[in-house]
Design a protein. Structure first.
Length: 385
């Protein structure tokens, strides 16, 4: 009997989108098991590919627009409208306007990167008649608490002299007053739902600046500067708006964009898979599979905290299925994933190389890793036959 394999990967940040990863894994499997029955369910978690995946799943439409990128330069971006909905629902991802991919390595500094373009995406969707907004948070290159997004929609963030704050997370330390009177009035008429990582918090020892700031180019000194600025920001949000966001679930999503969306736009934050799995259901595919292969850029101690491989494994274990994860890197305390349903993991790297080389050669590396894993599976089959 041929092996039934479900391929359910995430994308690899700054490299391959989830559907491309799935195709590479399939190619590697078929080099070894020509008769394998393969189903592909590329997954998104609110980050890169969120909009295109949901548009495709619902036969919706994709719309292109130019917005302000995270370093202040114009970038080509997009939003979409879901198909087959009673309420005209726009879908967008912050990564398409303020993602880490859009921040050149040589200028990565979350003190100055901005979510202003996210606000412009929201405005474009409103201009096109959106009655509901579905926003994906993930893969951010910013740490400004959603301040730039809010400013693009008319929220005034004022300093001691009554002037508007500049852009970037570092500016939040100068915030003295929040004024909503000029906020785009259409925001009061739309429902806003946000798919985010429920584990990401704005402040505290596990606040977003400390956990993710280094990934965005922050030195230890900048991390503490950002953390202090976000603490101050949270205090002003509570004083002026009456909302305590310090440790609200999802408040730290996308460099604190979750906070801005909730506090300034009245958005409701959701654990991302509660949203994603409404459109990308995989349980029916799991029930018809013998093995699951998932993938992500890194497998480490953070994977169980809302990353796609852990979510896939959690669902697969309901059907008592073995789960293998492919990863660009195997990071700190990766073995903790064995306690969360991942039975084995394999790095796609077959020799030491630079990050640039790994990104450039990602299709070949993923394909070859899938082939290696499949050959190991084949040996296991022979041992048990």
């Amino acid at each position: 009997m041929s092996l039934r394999i479900l391929i359910a990967p995430s994308g690899f940040k700054e490299s391959l989108e989830a559907d491309e990863v799935a195709d590479c894994i399939e190619t590697g499997i078929l080099r070894v098991l020509l008769d394998a029955q393969i189903h592909k369910a590329p997954l998104v978690d609110g980050g890169e590919g969120f909009t295109k995946a949901l548009v495709a799943a619902t036969d919706g439409t994709l719309h292109h627009v130019t917005v302000t990128g995270p370093v202040g330069q114009p970038v080509d971006s997009h939003y979409g409208f879901l198909g087959n909905t009673k309420i005209k629902t726009a879908v967008l991802e912050m990564a398409a306007a303020a993602g880490l991919r859009l921040v050149p390595h040589e200028v990565r500094n979350p003190l100055v990167t901005t979510t202003y373009g996210v606000g412009e995406l929201i405005k474009a969707a409103l201009d096109a008649g959106a009655e509901r907004l579905l926003i994906g948070c993930g893969d951010s290159g910013t740490n400004d608490g959603g301040a730039g997004m809010a400013q693009a929609l008319g929220v005034q963030l004022l300093d001691a002299a009554g002037g508007e704050l500049g852009r970037g997370g570092g500016e939040l330390a100068r915030l003295k007053h929040i004024e909503l009177s000029d906020r785009d009035p259409r925001l009061q008429q739309v429902q806003i739902d946000v798919a985010c990582n429920w584990h990401n918090l704005l402040c505290g020892p596990k606040g977003v600046a400390r956990v993710f700031g280094p990934q965005k180019g922050a030195s230890p000194e900048i991390v503490e500067q950002l953390a202090a600025a976000l603490d101050h920001y949270a205090a002003l949000v509570e004083r002026d708006l009456g909302i305590d966001v310090r440790e609200m679930p999802g408040s730290g999503a996308s460099g604190g964009l979750g906070t801005g969306l909730h506090a300034f736009l009245g958005a409701k934050l959701h654990p991302r898979y509660d949203i994603v799995m409404q459109y990308l259901e995989i349980d029916s595919l799991l029930s018809e599979s013998d093995l699951v292969i998932t993938a992500e850029g890194s497998i480490d101690f953070q994977t169980p905290r809302g990353k796609i491989p852990a979510e896939v494994a959690r669902r697969a274990k309901k059907y008592q299925l073995p789960v293998i994860a492919l990863a660009g890197t195997i990071g700190k305390d990766a073995n903790v994933n064995f306690e969360h349903g991942i039975d084995a993991f394999e790095s796609i790297l077959d020799a030491p190389c630079t990050l640039g080389d790994a990104i450039a050669n990602a299709p070949e590396l993923v394909t070859n890793a899938a082939e290696r894993v499949t050959r190991s599976i084949l040996i296991g089959q022979k041992l048990t036959s």
